[in-house]
Design a protein around this ligand. Structure first.
Ligand code: GLV
Ligand code: MN
Ligand code: MN
Length: 404
């Protein structure tokens, strides 16, 4: 592959830049099993074949490209290629492109791994289409079952199994054989400003906050917006509005996070009191207990308000992930003893496939690359090219340590 590693990285990055990008916002729409994400998947297969790696694909479309070397269980790295709706270009693809570039770096140095090195891509990490975060890694590791997952539906009522079968996949049993994976290291753009504050291009994750998504279904009584007296209404929009304010207030009081970022209303008519509102809350806390207590406080206030409004409320947890503490030995093997000192170790409030693999017993860790604004899940997400290249070097160094 002739060119230098920075050239490889920049070439790969510019290959990906236009795929799934909105001309309007500049953000990305790379939902799983839809055209843009499938184009990225095909691009990954081409990159793998250009490097002579051996590709394994499971029944959900998760992929691992193996550099078969040495013996024993492998060191796996990688991330995801899907995005949130109108997301940034770095969340996910940076980890995949950096993994391929790190393999190139190791080849360039003539490194001979003592164990296999795998580059993975897990599907639907964001849960932006089917609602369950890290769906691919959950299915691959058996953290959820195909029976439960196949009936998940997207916003257009398309079931997961239907969406997958049009891409030629069938679903089935868990696939990732733990005995073949010694550890997993996911490189990711930082989704906060810790590394900016510390003046470091690269850091290592310590833990992931527990987080969950909860669907609030509120039904009321549809009626005329003009002729229905205010005191005669049973308006689910009011129950929702008060719940969104309560979530913000309770999260601030507790020093935690709660967000309503998605809402549907029926019939969505300007001159009608709505019949129903469905809204999704994302909540994240520093401990499992704090998460249960925050969600409990918000739901209690929502129920009180529903009673006053004469509406009906049901709350359904759709995707809940417990706290994850990454493997301490792995963290210190990665972060310690560098020429420029130890790499900073920091927690994150964002979810990742590395968290699922860790919870399923695979020693896991993460590298973060500085994000100058800290903005993420937005078209404004960014990392500077020199920091991305520092991330590639850090990942290559990490793989060399773990596969020696
Ligand atoms: C995934 O990025 C999440 O934290 O929601
Ligand atoms: Mn991500
Ligand atoms: Mn994300």
């Amino acid at each position: 592959m002739g060119a230098s590693v920075p050239d490889h990285f920049e070439r790969m990055w510019s290959d990906l830049a236009p795929v799934g990008r909105s001309a309007h916002s500049g953000g990305y729409f790379r939902q799983p099993f839809a055209a843009a994400e499938r184009e990225l998947d095909a691009w990954f297969v081409e990159q793998v074949s250009a490097r002579g790696l051996r590709l394994e694909t499971d029944a959900f479309g998760n992929r691992i490209a193996w550099w078969d070397a040495g013996e024993g269980p492998g060191v796996m790295t990688g991330s995801h290629l899907d995005s949130v709706l109108d997301g940034g270009g770095y969340d996910g693809p940076l980890g995949v492109v950096s993994a391929l570039a790190a393999v190139d770096r190791l080849h360039e140095r003539g490194f001979r791994p003592a164990r296999p090195i795998g580059v993975s891509v897990f599907v639907e990490e964001e849960g932006s289409r089917f609602g369950l975060a890290c769906l691919g890694s959950r299915l691959a590791t058996g953290a959820t079952t195909w029976a439960k997952a196949q009936v998940l539906k997207d916003r257009d009522d398309v079931r997961l199994d239907e969406a997958m079968s049009s891409s030629g996949m069938t679903g089935g049993d868990p696939w990732l054989d733990r005995s073949r994976v010694a550890c997993f290291v996911e490189l990711h753009v930082e989704q906060g400003r810790d590394l900016v504050d510390r003046g470091a291009a690269v850091g290592v994750a310590s833990r992931i906050w527990p987080h969950g998504r909860y669907r609030f279904d509120i039904s009321g009584e549809p009626n005329h917006a003009g002729t229905t007296r205010m005191e005669d209404r049973h308006d689910p929009m009011l129950t929702y509005a008060m719940t969104a304010l309560a979530a913000n207030k309770q999260a601030r009081l507790a020093g935690q996070r709660a967000t309503f970022g998605r809402v549907d209303t029926a019939p969505n008519s300007t001159n009608s009191v709505p019949s129903a509102v469905t809204a999704w809350m994302d909540a994240r806390c520093e401990s499992d207990e704090a998460l249960a207590s925050l969600v409990g406080a918000i739901v209690r206030q929502a129920r009180d308000r529903a009673e006053r409004d004469g509406t009906r409320l049901t709350v359904t947890p759709e995707s809940v992930s417990g706290a994850v503490d990454f493997d301490p030995d792995l963290i210190s093997r990665i972060a310690a003893d560098h020429e420029d000192g130890d790499w900073p170790v920091l927690p994150t409030q964002a979810g990742h496939d590395a968290g699922i693999l860790s919870a399923q017993g695979i020693p896991s860790a993460m590298l973060f690359v500085r994000n100058p604004t800290g903005v993420s899940h937005s078209p404004a997400e960014h990392a500077e090219m020199p920091d991305c290249l520092a991330g590639v070097d850090a990942l290559a160094e990490t793989l060399a340590r773990l596969a020696s």
